[in-house]
Ligand binder design. Sequence first.
Ligand code: CP
Ligand code: NVA
Length: 302
Amino acid sequence: MTVHFLTLLDIEKTQLKSLIQRAIALKQEYQKGNAPELLKNKTLAMIFDKSSTRTRVSFEAAMAQFGGHAIFLSPRDTQLGRGEPIEDSARVLSRMVDMIMIRTFEHDNLEKFAAHSSVPVINALTDMYHPCQLLADIQTYIEHRGDIAGKTVAWIGDGNNMCHSYINAARQFDFTLQIATPAGYEPNRDVMNAAGDCIKLSHDPSEAVCHADLVATDVWASMGQEEEQHIREQSFVGFQVNAELMKLAKPDALFMHCLPAHRGEEVTADIIDGPQSVVWDEAENRLHAQKALLEYLFNPTR
Ligand code: CP
Ligand code: NVA
């Protein structure tokens, strides 16, 4: 059976937890100089309709370290970019490669692609979700603080793709997510409703960070929303993660940001570059978490 990874809900809770443990183990092995060629001669196609540094490099490096190969595909160079139907592109690519990673705008298009692919499809970010980033974030939390179950996480800022994946992570990893967004920038209602008691929504950042073990944020204007940058800067006043706000969280609270970050907007430099920040580990863990993901999707019954 082909298992896709379009959201965090596509992998069952216990398997998701094992996957994170596997990521931690693969990282330790790699640091000792052990790089087993677990995907020798396998090929990953990577379709990017939006820019990327971490996602592209981490997937490409992961495939190289596993003895496989990755192909970068941009809409500028493919027939998909000239209007070849998604369904046809999915059928063709999945006859040639072993797995496909997609970063695009509409989540529906990712689902359409997956429906016509005979090989696993990975969501590398859509306007709705960014599940790969959450694998890295959870791995990072566990490495620094142990189990995240029962903990309190604060999401400050936009109710965007990252926020939606944090909501799904709260369900899958059993933590409480306290969200604060400006009015009009709340997360998707269906995503929130499905999470039930795992989440609390307010419009007050100081309420959201109360008792938080982890504080996370993201840019105020995501890719595709560049024209809204100015208006969003006005709407998000008061939603900056700064020293004053971090003081209201637990004293040992960690700070995360998926990056790229805008210092002076959603986060101040003293916080992102300060002792509570684990953003560089978080970025590095994209590599290790995705190695565990690739291995799992090639053999999901293991
Ligand atoms: N966090 C993240 O997905 O970064 P990139 O946009 O650089 O891939
Ligand atoms: N919310 C951001 C995440 C980037 C990794 C975006 O979609 O642009």
